[in-house]
Design a protein around this ligand. Structure first.
Ligand code: AMP
Ligand code: ZN
Length: 466
């Protein structure tokens, strides 16, 4: 069977192949950096990581873009409250996000693109929409007139034919079934950040950000677009209206949406005090890979209910896998090769692959792995697992770990894991590049205090622990 994904656009499981050659052009809606990302947010980022890894296992190369929303209503509100500039305020959370993703072993998309560095592209996109008759101006703000895009609603499968023309909304967030003209460019307001541009002084709306950056880096038609299910409407519906309103071509071939995570069967909310960040879980003594395992283990289109028992169970599963690997590497096995076991391993690998090909059925894939471990452990206990079968079994485990990536324990010396050190070094290089030497020196000192020594070489930065 071939690789297939459930496409929100067609509401069907469809065979996946990229449009051009072997390269998958993919876009993921990234975080809004006004706070630390919570474990629900990370579910919608672990999912594209598993997707990336599986696409690569299937022979594809990735061109994956993720945005950082670093200008938006909540950011403006909270940065004001904190008495900080937008940049000062968002850089803290952007860095924290990159650190957390590294800690969770999420592969870096080929490009991570901040909205504020793409204002000209967004302005140009609004201008193209105006040329094509999709916009109107009101009180200095530019709006998208959704009645000019008859296909509006095709992604969320809502019928908007009866919408009231001209009703408009200019906030970044609004109710799910509120179908109104949305803002593309917001006129400058007293005390808010604004850019001087040919379409007036102001700032971009949230939706135009993704369409403009996705098309800049990935072209008119993307293979895959991912995000949390709550983004389907209106955000992704608006992305389509913007992009297709400009190009007249299909914007995205496969729309993949990750279901939500709840905590103890409830929505995460401040009032319930059940919003957890990765940092909270680390403080409670959980290894980051336990969260990674838990988030990856439930197929992305199923709801995931987070509990601490579930997190403990994830840690236990990882322990079982590590013990198995250790046994395989260190036990003395009888000589020879067992042909039946060779086919058992081949069958397990085929079932593992088939599960992931089937819309990333991670639960099915894990089921295959644990069944295999149980059977082969039994064979080992009975002295019926010969040394000649070890390599195959370890290769199967490697294939599992190339996707799930939980076998290596997080190194913890001086309080910083390897991936956290890596993330700080990336940040330091960026700080130096933008001539922010204060910050780069600060990071060097911070790392030194943690016993990490940096060495700047021609090939880049090397580091070791003292
Ligand atoms: P935001 O930082 O609010 O822009 O959200 C980043 C991503 O997290 C988006 O793809 C959201 O759909 C996703 N998201 C937000 N809350 C949850 C949740 N409880 N479970 C899963 N994903 C979520
Ligand atoms: Zn987006």
């Amino acid at each position: 069977m071939s690789l297939r994904f459930y496409n929100t656009l067609t509401q069907q499981l469809e065979e996946f192949k990229p449009l051009h050659d072997n390269v998958v052009r993919m876009y993921t809606c990234g975080p809004t950096v006004y706070n630390y990302a919570h474990i629900g947010n990370f579910r919608s980022f672990v999912f594209p990581d598993i997707l990336r890894r599986w696409l690569r296992a299937r022979g594809y190369t990735l061109d994956h873009v993720m945005n950082i929303t670093d200008i938006e209503d909540k950011i403006i509100r909270d940065s004001k409250a904190a008495g900080k500039s937008i940049d000062e305020f968002t850089s803290v959370y952007t860095t924290a996000f990159l650190e957390d993703t590294a800690t969770l072993r999420l592969e870096r998309p080929e490009r991570i693109v901040p909205a504020t560095q793409h204002i000209p592209e967004m302005v140009e996109a609004v201008q193209h929409l105006t040329e094509r008759g999709h916009t109107y101006v009101s009180d200095g703000s530019v709006y998208y007139r959704i009645s000019t895009f008859p296909e509006y609603g095709k992604l969320s499968h809502n019928d908007f034919s009866g919408i009231r023309a001209g009703a408009r909304v200019d906030v970044d967030e609004y109710d799910k079934d509120d179908a109104r003209d949305f803002v593309l460019w917001k006129a400058a307001k007293e005390g808010e950040p604004a850019w001087d541009t040919p379409i007036g002084k102001g700032r971009p709306g949230w939706h135009i950000e993704c369409s403009a950056m996705a098309m800049k880096y990935l072209g008119d038609t993307l293979d895959i677009h991912t995000g949390g299910v709550d983004l389907t409407f209106p955000h992704h519906e608006n992305e389509i209206a913007q992009a297709e309103g400009i190009t007249g071509k299909q914007f995205v071939r496969f729309w993949l949406h990750a279901e939500h995570l709840s905590v103890d069967s409830q929505k995460m909310s401040k009032s319930l005090g059940n919003i957890y960040t990765l940092r909270d879980l680390k403080e409670r003594g959980f290894a980051p890979e336990a969260l990674r395992y838990l988030l990856a283990s439930v197929p992305y289109r199923k709801k995931l209910n987070f509990t601490f028992d579930g997190l403990k169970a994830a840690a236990t599963s990882i322990e079982r896998l590590r013990n198995y690997k250790l046994r395989m590497e260190t036990d003395k096995f009888p000589d020879g090769t067992n042909a039946e076991l060779i086919s058992r391993t081949q069958a397990a690998r085929a079932a593992f692959d088939a599960a992931l090909d089937d819309d990333l059925n991670t639960a099915g894939a894990l089921g295959t792995v644990f069944e295999y471990i149980r059977d082969t452990n039994t064979a080992m206990d009975a002295g019926q697992f010969p040394a000649g079968n070890v390599t195959d079994a370890l290769e199967f485990l490697d294939r599992f770990d190339s996707v799930f990536d939980v076998l290596k324990p997080s190194a913890r010396i001086g309080g910083l894991s390897d991936s956290e050190v890596d993330a700080l070094i990336v940040e330091r290089t960026a700080a130096k590049k933008s001539r922010n030497f204060g910050r780069s020196d600060e990071i060097r000192a911070e790392l030194a205090a943690q016993g990490v020594i940096l060495e700047d070489t021609k090939e880049g930065v090397r580091w070791k622990r003292s």
